[in-house]
Ligand binder design. Structure first.
Ligand code: SAJ
Length: 436
């Protein structure tokens, strides 16, 4: 029997690869989803999504049930390959491109000439060009441009830009940048993405596309660092940072972002380093912003330690382990650092961690000696100090009466509303100061 040739093969079925595969499949493309993890492949083939993301389950199960999406552990033959594997931070703050190298090695033997190879993973400048060169090393019988008469492979970068929590919407509505090693490759990729993307598709070269993505996340990081630094300055000055920001943002050209316990996730907390790593001598501002955001969790811990200076053996309820609201992703979460540090710095205290979206304590937290997650009501009732680290919907509706008489560290400013303040909480300002 002839081997199936898929329209699209998506390598990596994570937060980006799976919704991308499912979106193409939902538009009637025959899609193979490839992942090294057998458990992920099995889950997808049962029509299940192995993580929490609004609206995704129905698209994946529909695509699988109709036979447009099938998952597997080896790379099949396809007309277009989309690589969506992790490109995490390596030691020394460069990118670890080992998953990318494995993906290229897995797809290279399948190429026949004429295919499109799209790199979606966030990558340091120059990665797509190096990917092309590596492909040519593996397949010297093929070429990256049509000039030498060999079968041509079109290599492009089209960075994913979807926001976790809104992936299924943004995958359709966001504008998309496509950078080709050749103009023809970029045009081919444009035609492919037009199948799922209703936003504008902007064409450029591969390195500019790589930098566009890094700059977007770096812009956020630098601006969040400003907000985080402001929150600490405000505590020193005895000013409410949330009111200050609200008022400053009335100016037509000011939009200060929101302070918090730090910056988490695998994107904003990581991507700026790729720019610093590429041009270290000229990226002082970007580096400093990263350091400000990375130091914020330790600042929150200092607040807790100061708040409990006279209460050894106090109980602390920590609300929120995910890196942001209404998702279950704990990667690079500032909450994880905060919990680890609380355990270390408050050895006599009982730390009760609550997260309605997270199923079990991540290894990094369990390794600190905590045994399980706790229920929200139970933890708040037992606590002397309640620390709000994530603005999950479940925490927005906490009954102010249940917080009465307790010390509060609200890093997201969600309980900092007049009606809650009236409930005579012992509110500790968001930055450094300790209230009582
Ligand atoms: N955060 C703040 N204050 C703010 C906004 C965010 O402290 O005002 C924190 C969040 O709590 C979280 C972190 O920043 O810890 C990042 O959250 P986020 O929602 O801003 O962004 P991500 O990391 O979930 O997704 C980002 C998005 N990039 C931009 O908005 C420029 C998304 O579009 C990218 O696709 C994604 O990174 C990615 O994959 O690179």
């Amino acid at each position: 029997m002839d081997e199936t040739i898929f329209d699209v093969a998506v390598i990596g079925l994570g937060y980006i690869g799976l919704p991308t595969a499912a979106s193409f499949a939902a538009k009637g493309k025959h899609v193979a989803g490839i992942d090294v993890k057998q458990a992920t492949v099995d889950a997808v083939n049962r029509g299940e999504v192995p993580f929490v993301e609004p609206d995704m389950a129905v698209v994946v199960s529909g695509a699988v049930n109709l036979g447009y999406l099938v998952a597997m552990t080896t790379v099949p033959t396809a007309d277009a390959y989309i690589i969506a594997v992790p490109t995490p931070l390596a030691e020394g703050k460069g990118a670890d491109l080992s998953y990318l190298r494995s993906a290229v090695e897995a797809l290279a033997p399948k190429l026949r000439g004429g295919e499109l190879v799209v790199l979606e993973s966030t990558s340091p400048p120059g990665t797509t060009e190096r990917l092309g060169a590596y492909l040519m090393e593996l397949r010297p019988d093929l070429s990256l441009d049509a000039t030498d008469g060999h079968g041509q492979v079109h290599v492009v970068h089209s960075p994913e830009r979807v926001l976790p929590g809104r992936i299924m919407i943004e995958i359709v509505t966001n504008d998309r940048v496509i950078g080709g090693l050749t103009e023809e490759g970029a045009q081919l990729a444009k035609r492919l993405y037009e199948v799922i993307c209703q936003g504008q598709i902007l064409l450029t070269d591969a390195t500019t596309a790589e930098m566009t993505k890094l700059v977007e996340n770096t812009f956020r990081d630098v601006n969040i660092a400003f907000a985080n630094e402001l929150s600490i300055i405000c505590d020193k000055l005895g000013i409410d940072v949330w009111k200050l920001i609200e008022m400053a943002n009335h100016h037509p050209r000011v939009n200060v972002l929101r302070p918090g316990p730090g910056v988490g996730g695998h994107c904003i907390a990581v991507d700026p380093w790729f720019i610093v790593d590429a041009v270290p001598e000229h990226s002082g501002l970007i580096r400093t912003a990263r350091e400000v955001n990375d130091s914020k969790p330790y600042h929150v811990v200092r607040q807790a330690v100061e708040a409990l200076a006279d209460k050894p053996g106090a109980t602390v309820a920590v609300l929120g382990l995910a890196f942001k609201a209404n998702i279950d992703d704990v990667r690079e979460s500032p909450s994880v650092t905060i919990v680890q540090e609380l355990v270390k710095q408050l050895p006599a205290s009982t730390i009760l961690v609550v997260d309605p979206n997270v199923e079990e304590l991540p290894a990094a937290v369990a390794g600190s000696g905590l045994s399980r997650l706790h229920g929200q009501d139970e933890a708040i009732a037992a606590a002397d100090l309640v620390m709000l680290l994530v603005d999950h919907d479940d925490f927005l509706t906490v009954d102010p009466a249940s917080l009465e008489g307790k010390q509060i560290i609200d890093t997201k400013g969600i309980w900092n509303q007049p009606d809650v303040a009236e409930a005579s909480l012992q509110h500790i300002p968001v930055g450094a100061g300790v209230g009582g």
